[in-house]
Design a binder for this molecule. Sequence first.
Ligand SMILES: [Zn+2]
Length: 403
Amino acid sequence: MADEQPALECPCCGNGGLRDFYRTEQIPSHSCLLMNTFDEATSFPRGDLQLAVCRQCGFIANTLWDETLVAYANSYEETQHFSDTFHRFATELAQRWIDEYDIRGKRVLEIGCGKGEFLALLCELGDNRGIGVDPSVIPKRIPAHTRNRIEFIPEYYTAAHARLDADVICCRHTLEHIAATAGFVDQLRRSIGDRRDVTVLFELPDVTRVLRETAFWDIYYEHCSYFTAGSLARLFRAASFDVIDIDRVYGDQYLILAATPTTGPTPPRLQIEHDLDDTLRDVDDFADRHPRSIAVWRARLGELSGGGKKVALWGAGSKCVSFCATLPASDQIACVIDINPHKQGKFLPGTGHRVVSPEDLRSDPPDVVVPMNSIYSTEIANELDRLGVSAQLLALESLDGGV
Ligand SMILES: [Zn+2]
Protein backbone atom coordinates (compact mmCIF):
# COMPACT_ATOMS: atom_id res chain seq x y z
CA MET A 1 0.00 0.00 0.00
CA ALA A 2 1.09 3.55 -0.60
CA ASP A 3 0.99 6.64 1.54
CA GLU A 4 -0.62 6.91 4.90
CA GLN A 5 -2.74 9.98 5.59
CA PRO A 6 -2.79 10.36 9.38
CA ALA A 7 -4.50 13.74 9.07
CA LEU A 8 -7.65 12.18 7.62
CA GLU A 9 -10.19 10.74 10.00
CA CYS A 10 -12.26 7.71 9.07
CA PRO A 11 -15.85 8.95 8.56
CA CYS A 12 -17.14 5.68 10.06
CA CYS A 13 -15.05 5.05 13.19
CA GLY A 14 -13.18 8.34 13.64
CA ASN A 15 -9.73 6.79 13.65
CA GLY A 16 -6.89 8.39 11.74
CA GLY A 17 -4.40 6.60 9.54
CA LEU A 18 -6.28 5.98 6.31
CA ARG A 19 -4.03 4.37 3.72
CA ASP A 20 -4.21 5.19 0.00
CA PHE A 21 -4.23 2.25 -2.41
CA TYR A 22 -5.89 3.28 -5.69
CA ARG A 23 -6.03 6.46 -7.72
CA THR A 24 -7.70 7.40 -10.98
CA GLU A 25 -7.87 10.93 -12.30
CA GLN A 26 -10.31 13.04 -14.23
CA ILE A 27 -13.25 10.67 -14.27
CA PRO A 28 -16.78 12.01 -14.85
CA SER A 29 -18.21 13.22 -11.58
CA HIS A 30 -21.45 11.42 -12.32
CA SER A 31 -22.00 8.25 -14.24
CA CYS A 32 -25.78 7.94 -14.39
CA LEU A 33 -26.69 11.41 -15.57
CA LEU A 34 -27.12 11.05 -19.30
CA MET A 35 -26.65 14.05 -21.55
CA ASN A 36 -28.75 15.32 -24.43
CA THR A 37 -25.79 16.23 -26.66
CA PHE A 38 -22.30 14.93 -27.42
CA ASP A 39 -20.74 18.26 -26.40
CA GLU A 40 -22.51 18.26 -23.04
CA ALA A 41 -21.37 14.69 -22.44
CA THR A 42 -17.71 15.21 -23.30
CA SER A 43 -17.45 18.44 -21.32
CA PHE A 44 -19.08 16.90 -18.26
CA PRO A 45 -17.37 17.88 -14.96
CA ARG A 46 -14.61 15.53 -13.85
CA GLY A 47 -12.91 14.79 -10.57
CA ASP A 48 -10.07 12.73 -9.15
CA LEU A 49 -10.59 9.63 -7.07
CA GLN A 50 -8.27 8.24 -4.44
CA LEU A 51 -9.35 5.25 -2.39
CA ALA A 52 -7.99 4.84 1.12
CA VAL A 53 -8.72 2.12 3.66
CA CYS A 54 -9.19 2.51 7.42
CA ARG A 55 -7.10 -0.10 9.21
CA GLN A 56 -9.32 0.07 12.29
CA CYS A 57 -12.70 -0.72 10.73
CA GLY A 58 -12.00 -1.69 7.10
CA PHE A 59 -14.04 1.15 5.60
CA ILE A 60 -12.86 2.54 2.25
CA ALA A 61 -13.36 6.17 1.16
CA ASN A 62 -12.59 8.35 -1.82
CA THR A 63 -10.55 10.91 0.08
CA LEU A 64 -10.61 13.38 -2.85
CA TRP A 65 -14.39 13.36 -3.17
CA ASP A 66 -15.95 16.77 -3.77
CA GLU A 67 -19.64 16.88 -3.02
CA THR A 68 -20.16 19.99 -5.13
CA LEU A 69 -19.28 17.98 -8.25
CA VAL A 70 -22.06 15.48 -7.73
CA ALA A 71 -25.37 16.56 -9.20
CA TYR A 72 -28.45 14.51 -8.60
CA ALA A 73 -31.94 15.17 -9.86
CA ASN A 74 -34.70 13.91 -12.12
CA SER A 75 -32.34 13.20 -14.98
CA TYR A 76 -30.58 10.66 -12.77
CA GLU A 77 -31.52 7.48 -14.59
CA GLU A 78 -30.41 4.83 -12.15
CA THR A 79 -33.28 2.43 -12.59
CA GLN A 80 -32.39 -1.11 -13.60
CA HIS A 81 -35.97 -2.33 -13.52
CA PHE A 82 -36.13 -2.56 -17.31
CA SER A 83 -34.00 -5.69 -17.03
CA ASP A 84 -35.89 -8.93 -16.32
CA THR A 85 -32.94 -10.18 -14.27
CA PHE A 86 -32.96 -7.13 -12.05
CA HIS A 87 -36.72 -6.96 -11.75
CA ARG A 88 -36.78 -10.62 -10.67
CA PHE A 89 -34.07 -9.90 -8.09
CA ALA A 90 -35.93 -6.87 -6.72
CA THR A 91 -39.18 -8.83 -6.48
CA GLU A 92 -37.46 -11.72 -4.70
CA LEU A 93 -35.73 -9.34 -2.28
CA ALA A 94 -38.98 -7.54 -1.48
CA GLN A 95 -40.71 -10.88 -0.83
CA ARG A 96 -37.75 -12.12 1.24
CA TRP A 97 -37.80 -9.03 3.46
CA ILE A 98 -41.62 -9.19 3.79
CA ASP A 99 -41.42 -12.84 4.90
CA GLU A 100 -38.36 -12.58 7.17
CA TYR A 101 -39.40 -9.41 8.99
CA ASP A 102 -43.19 -9.79 8.73
CA ILE A 103 -43.66 -6.57 6.76
CA ARG A 104 -47.41 -6.81 6.25
CA GLY A 105 -49.92 -4.06 6.89
CA LYS A 106 -47.02 -1.84 7.97
CA ARG A 107 -45.80 1.65 7.22
CA VAL A 108 -42.56 1.55 5.22
CA LEU A 109 -40.24 4.52 4.76
CA GLU A 110 -37.70 4.26 1.95
CA ILE A 111 -34.81 6.74 2.10
CA GLY A 112 -33.44 7.33 -1.40
CA CYS A 113 -36.27 5.46 -3.14
CA GLY A 114 -35.07 6.42 -6.65
CA LYS A 115 -37.99 6.12 -9.04
CA GLY A 116 -40.00 4.28 -6.37
CA GLU A 117 -40.26 0.84 -8.00
CA PHE A 118 -38.95 -1.12 -5.03
CA LEU A 119 -41.15 0.69 -2.52
CA ALA A 120 -44.09 -0.04 -4.82
CA LEU A 121 -43.16 -3.75 -4.73
CA LEU A 122 -42.99 -3.77 -0.91
CA CYS A 123 -46.38 -2.07 -0.75
CA GLU A 124 -48.04 -4.35 -3.30
CA LEU A 125 -46.63 -7.66 -2.11
CA GLY A 126 -47.05 -6.97 1.63
CA ASP A 127 -50.19 -4.82 1.58
CA ASN A 128 -48.15 -1.98 3.13
CA ARG A 129 -48.28 1.77 2.95
CA GLY A 130 -45.16 3.66 1.88
CA ILE A 131 -43.32 6.95 2.17
CA GLY A 132 -40.62 7.50 -0.42
CA VAL A 133 -38.02 10.26 0.03
CA ASP A 134 -35.82 11.03 -2.98
CA PRO A 135 -35.15 14.16 -5.05
CA SER A 136 -35.26 12.13 -8.28
CA VAL A 137 -38.61 10.45 -7.69
CA ILE A 138 -41.04 10.37 -10.63
CA PRO A 139 -44.40 9.27 -9.16
CA LYS A 140 -46.07 8.94 -12.55
CA ARG A 141 -43.82 5.96 -13.36
CA ILE A 142 -45.64 4.03 -10.61
CA PRO A 143 -49.01 2.46 -11.58
CA ALA A 144 -51.95 4.47 -10.20
CA HIS A 145 -53.32 1.64 -8.01
CA THR A 146 -49.98 1.47 -6.13
CA ARG A 147 -49.31 5.20 -6.16
CA ASN A 148 -52.32 5.65 -3.86
CA ARG A 149 -50.51 3.70 -1.15
CA ILE A 150 -47.37 5.84 -1.25
CA GLU A 151 -46.55 9.38 -0.22
CA PHE A 152 -43.64 10.63 -2.32
CA ILE A 153 -41.44 13.42 -0.95
CA PRO A 154 -39.10 14.74 -3.69
CA GLU A 155 -36.34 15.87 -1.33
CA TYR A 156 -33.00 14.72 0.09
CA TYR A 157 -33.45 12.89 3.38
CA THR A 158 -32.49 15.20 6.26
CA ALA A 159 -33.05 15.53 9.99
CA ALA A 160 -36.35 17.26 9.15
CA HIS A 161 -37.74 13.90 7.98
CA ALA A 162 -37.34 12.38 11.45
CA ARG A 163 -41.00 13.33 11.95
CA LEU A 164 -41.98 10.55 9.51
CA ASP A 165 -43.02 7.63 11.68
CA ALA A 166 -42.46 4.20 10.16
CA ASP A 167 -42.36 0.53 11.21
CA VAL A 168 -39.74 -0.30 8.61
CA ILE A 169 -37.01 1.96 7.26
CA CYS A 170 -35.44 0.79 4.06
CA CYS A 171 -32.46 2.34 2.27
CA ARG A 172 -31.05 0.81 -0.90
CA HIS A 173 -27.99 1.94 -2.87
CA THR A 174 -27.77 5.26 -1.04
CA LEU A 175 -25.18 4.95 1.75
CA GLU A 176 -22.37 4.54 -0.79
CA HIS A 177 -23.18 8.08 -2.03
CA ILE A 178 -22.83 9.61 1.44
CA ALA A 179 -19.42 10.76 2.73
CA ALA A 180 -20.43 11.49 6.33
CA THR A 181 -21.42 7.87 6.94
CA ALA A 182 -21.49 7.90 10.75
CA GLY A 183 -23.39 11.19 10.73
CA PHE A 184 -26.04 9.66 8.49
CA VAL A 185 -26.50 6.46 10.50
CA ASP A 186 -26.48 8.40 13.81
CA GLN A 187 -29.18 10.69 12.45
CA LEU A 188 -31.21 7.67 11.33
CA ARG A 189 -30.91 6.17 14.82
CA ARG A 190 -32.01 9.45 16.43
CA SER A 191 -35.00 9.65 14.09
CA ILE A 192 -36.26 6.31 15.46
CA GLY A 193 -36.18 7.64 19.03
CA ASP A 194 -37.43 5.30 21.76
CA ARG A 195 -39.17 2.79 19.51
CA ARG A 196 -37.57 -0.67 19.59
CA ASP A 197 -39.90 -2.41 17.13
CA VAL A 198 -38.52 -0.73 14.01
CA THR A 199 -36.71 -2.81 11.39
CA VAL A 200 -33.96 -1.10 9.40
CA LEU A 201 -33.01 -2.64 6.05
CA PHE A 202 -30.07 -1.54 3.92
CA GLU A 203 -28.68 -2.70 0.59
CA LEU A 204 -25.44 -1.48 -0.99
CA PRO A 205 -22.49 -2.73 -3.04
CA ASP A 206 -20.03 -5.11 -1.36
CA VAL A 207 -16.51 -3.86 -1.99
CA THR A 208 -15.09 -7.30 -1.16
CA ARG A 209 -16.04 -8.62 -4.58
CA VAL A 210 -14.74 -5.44 -6.29
CA LEU A 211 -11.36 -5.90 -4.59
CA ARG A 212 -11.12 -9.65 -5.25
CA GLU A 213 -12.16 -9.38 -8.90
CA THR A 214 -10.00 -6.29 -9.43
CA ALA A 215 -13.19 -4.74 -10.77
CA PHE A 216 -11.91 -1.21 -11.36
CA TRP A 217 -15.09 -0.50 -13.38
CA ASP A 218 -17.06 -0.76 -10.11
CA ILE A 219 -15.24 2.20 -8.59
CA TYR A 220 -16.80 5.49 -9.62
CA TYR A 221 -16.93 9.08 -8.59
CA GLU A 222 -20.36 9.32 -7.02
CA HIS A 223 -19.58 6.34 -4.81
CA CYS A 224 -17.51 7.99 -2.13
CA SER A 225 -18.02 5.21 0.46
CA TYR A 226 -17.21 1.51 0.05
CA PHE A 227 -18.21 -1.15 2.59
CA THR A 228 -17.46 -4.73 3.46
CA ALA A 229 -19.88 -6.79 5.58
CA GLY A 230 -17.70 -6.12 8.63
CA SER A 231 -17.22 -2.38 8.18
CA LEU A 232 -20.96 -1.96 7.58
CA ALA A 233 -21.84 -3.93 10.72
CA ARG A 234 -19.30 -1.99 12.80
CA LEU A 235 -20.84 1.32 11.66
CA PHE A 236 -24.37 0.24 12.67
CA ARG A 237 -23.28 -1.35 15.94
CA ALA A 238 -21.44 1.81 17.01
CA ALA A 239 -24.60 3.85 16.27
CA SER A 240 -26.75 1.82 18.71
CA PHE A 241 -28.21 -0.77 16.40
CA ASP A 242 -28.15 -4.52 16.75
CA VAL A 243 -27.25 -6.04 13.39
CA ILE A 244 -29.47 -9.11 13.12
CA ASP A 245 -28.47 -10.25 9.66
CA ILE A 246 -26.04 -9.48 6.85
CA ASP A 247 -26.03 -11.43 3.62
CA ARG A 248 -24.53 -11.23 0.15
CA VAL A 249 -26.97 -11.20 -2.77
CA TYR A 250 -27.08 -10.63 -6.53
CA GLY A 251 -24.07 -12.77 -7.38
CA ASP A 252 -22.25 -11.44 -4.29
CA GLN A 253 -22.41 -7.90 -5.71
CA TYR A 254 -24.56 -6.45 -2.94
CA LEU A 255 -24.75 -6.59 0.84
CA ILE A 256 -28.08 -6.59 2.62
CA LEU A 257 -28.26 -5.68 6.29
CA ALA A 258 -31.09 -5.91 8.80
CA ALA A 259 -30.84 -4.06 12.11
CA THR A 260 -32.98 -3.04 15.05
CA PRO A 261 -32.49 -0.05 17.40
CA THR A 262 -30.88 -0.58 20.80
CA THR A 263 -29.92 1.69 23.69
CA GLY A 264 -26.17 1.60 23.05
CA PRO A 265 -23.39 0.10 20.92
CA THR A 266 -23.57 -3.67 20.37
CA PRO A 267 -20.80 -6.29 20.05
CA PRO A 268 -20.34 -8.34 16.86
CA ARG A 269 -22.24 -11.64 16.80
CA LEU A 270 -22.36 -12.68 13.16
CA GLN A 271 -19.58 -14.75 11.58
CA ILE A 272 -19.56 -12.58 8.43
CA GLU A 273 -18.50 -9.49 10.47
CA HIS A 274 -15.06 -10.86 11.31
CA ASP A 275 -13.41 -9.80 8.06
CA LEU A 276 -10.94 -7.01 8.93
CA ASP A 277 -7.74 -9.00 8.30
CA ASP A 278 -9.16 -10.37 5.04
CA THR A 279 -10.17 -6.87 3.92
CA LEU A 280 -6.70 -5.44 4.53
CA ARG A 281 -5.22 -8.35 2.59
CA ASP A 282 -7.75 -7.87 -0.25
CA VAL A 283 -6.79 -4.19 -0.43
CA ASP A 284 -3.09 -5.06 -0.73
CA ASP A 285 -3.86 -7.60 -3.46
CA PHE A 286 -6.00 -5.08 -5.35
CA ALA A 287 -3.21 -2.51 -5.14
CA ASP A 288 -0.81 -5.06 -6.69
CA ARG A 289 -3.16 -6.37 -9.38
CA HIS A 290 -5.14 -3.43 -10.76
CA PRO A 291 -2.38 -2.05 -13.05
CA ARG A 292 -2.33 -5.39 -14.90
CA SER A 293 -6.11 -5.57 -15.13
CA ILE A 294 -6.22 -2.11 -16.72
CA ALA A 295 -3.28 -2.91 -19.02
CA VAL A 296 -4.91 -6.14 -20.25
CA TRP A 297 -8.11 -4.34 -21.21
CA ARG A 298 -6.21 -1.52 -22.93
CA ALA A 299 -4.22 -4.02 -24.98
CA ARG A 300 -7.26 -6.14 -25.78
CA LEU A 301 -9.37 -3.23 -27.02
CA GLY A 302 -6.39 -1.96 -29.01
CA GLU A 303 -5.99 -5.37 -30.71
CA LEU A 304 -9.68 -5.74 -31.46
CA SER A 305 -10.18 -2.29 -32.95
CA GLY A 306 -6.80 -2.50 -34.73
CA GLY A 307 -8.02 -5.75 -36.32
CA GLY A 308 -11.17 -4.04 -37.57
CA LYS A 309 -13.50 -5.60 -34.99
CA LYS A 310 -16.42 -3.60 -33.65
CA VAL A 311 -16.66 -3.73 -29.88
CA ALA A 312 -19.91 -2.83 -28.12
CA LEU A 313 -20.49 -2.36 -24.42
CA TRP A 314 -23.88 -3.52 -23.10
CA GLY A 315 -25.26 -1.42 -20.23
CA ALA A 316 -24.93 2.38 -20.20
CA GLY A 317 -24.65 2.65 -16.43
CA SER A 318 -21.98 3.56 -13.94
CA LYS A 319 -19.78 0.56 -14.70
CA CYS A 320 -19.68 1.54 -18.36
CA VAL A 321 -18.78 5.17 -17.66
CA SER A 322 -16.09 4.12 -15.20
CA PHE A 323 -14.68 1.43 -17.52
CA CYS A 324 -14.37 3.90 -20.43
CA ALA A 325 -12.97 6.73 -18.29
CA THR A 326 -10.42 4.59 -16.46
CA LEU A 327 -8.87 2.99 -19.55
CA PRO A 328 -9.60 5.49 -21.36
CA ALA A 329 -10.94 3.83 -24.48
CA SER A 330 -13.38 6.04 -26.32
CA ASP A 331 -12.11 5.42 -29.85
CA GLN A 332 -11.94 1.66 -29.53
CA ILE A 333 -15.55 1.16 -28.55
CA ALA A 334 -18.00 1.29 -31.42
CA CYS A 335 -21.17 1.73 -29.41
CA VAL A 336 -22.93 1.46 -26.08
CA ILE A 337 -26.23 -0.42 -25.85
CA ASP A 338 -28.95 -0.15 -23.24
CA ILE A 339 -32.41 -1.68 -22.98
CA ASN A 340 -33.75 1.27 -20.94
CA PRO A 341 -35.70 3.45 -23.42
CA HIS A 342 -35.09 6.50 -21.22
CA LYS A 343 -31.35 6.15 -21.88
CA GLN A 344 -31.49 5.51 -25.62
CA GLY A 345 -30.53 8.45 -27.82
CA LYS A 346 -28.70 10.14 -24.96
CA PHE A 347 -24.95 10.50 -24.51
CA LEU A 348 -22.59 8.92 -22.01
CA PRO A 349 -20.75 11.40 -19.74
CA GLY A 350 -17.03 11.41 -20.44
CA THR A 351 -16.62 9.62 -23.78
CA GLY A 352 -19.83 10.97 -25.32
CA HIS A 353 -20.97 7.64 -26.79
CA ARG A 354 -24.57 7.79 -27.99
CA VAL A 355 -26.65 5.09 -26.31
CA VAL A 356 -28.34 2.82 -28.85
CA SER A 357 -31.13 0.26 -28.47
CA PRO A 358 -30.65 -3.49 -29.04
CA GLU A 359 -32.81 -3.14 -32.18
CA ASP A 360 -30.22 -0.76 -33.65
CA LEU A 361 -27.72 -3.65 -33.73
CA ARG A 362 -29.62 -5.36 -36.57
CA SER A 363 -28.42 -2.78 -39.07
CA ASP A 364 -24.96 -2.31 -37.57
CA PRO A 365 -23.98 -5.50 -35.72
CA PRO A 366 -20.93 -5.57 -33.44
CA ASP A 367 -18.32 -8.38 -33.52
CA VAL A 368 -17.76 -8.42 -29.76
CA VAL A 369 -20.17 -7.50 -26.95
CA VAL A 370 -18.91 -6.84 -23.42
CA PRO A 371 -21.73 -7.08 -20.83
CA MET A 372 -21.03 -4.40 -18.21
CA ASN A 373 -22.47 -6.74 -15.61
CA SER A 374 -21.94 -10.47 -16.04
CA ILE A 375 -25.16 -11.22 -14.19
CA TYR A 376 -26.99 -10.11 -17.37
CA SER A 377 -24.94 -12.33 -19.72
CA THR A 378 -27.71 -14.88 -20.30
CA GLU A 379 -30.30 -12.16 -20.83
CA ILE A 380 -27.97 -10.43 -23.31
CA ALA A 381 -27.12 -13.66 -25.17
CA ASN A 382 -30.85 -14.39 -25.58
CA GLU A 383 -31.48 -10.88 -26.86
CA LEU A 384 -28.63 -11.13 -29.40
CA ASP A 385 -30.08 -14.47 -30.60
CA ARG A 386 -33.50 -12.90 -30.99
CA LEU A 387 -31.98 -10.07 -33.03
CA GLY A 388 -30.01 -12.48 -35.22
CA VAL A 389 -26.70 -10.88 -34.16
CA SER A 390 -23.86 -13.41 -33.79
CA ALA A 391 -21.39 -11.43 -31.70
CA GLN A 392 -18.91 -12.93 -29.28
CA LEU A 393 -19.63 -12.21 -25.61
CA LEU A 394 -16.57 -11.20 -23.62
CA ALA A 395 -16.74 -11.14 -19.81
CA LEU A 396 -15.38 -8.09 -18.00
CA GLU A 397 -13.64 -10.34 -15.49
CA SER A 398 -11.75 -12.38 -18.12
CA LEU A 399 -8.11 -11.35 -17.97
CA ASP A 400 -6.74 -14.41 -19.70
CA GLY A 401 -7.51 -16.14 -22.95
CA GLY A 402 -7.57 -14.65 -26.40
CA VAL A 403 -10.37 -13.06 -28.34
ZN1 LIG B 1 -12.67 3.37 10.35
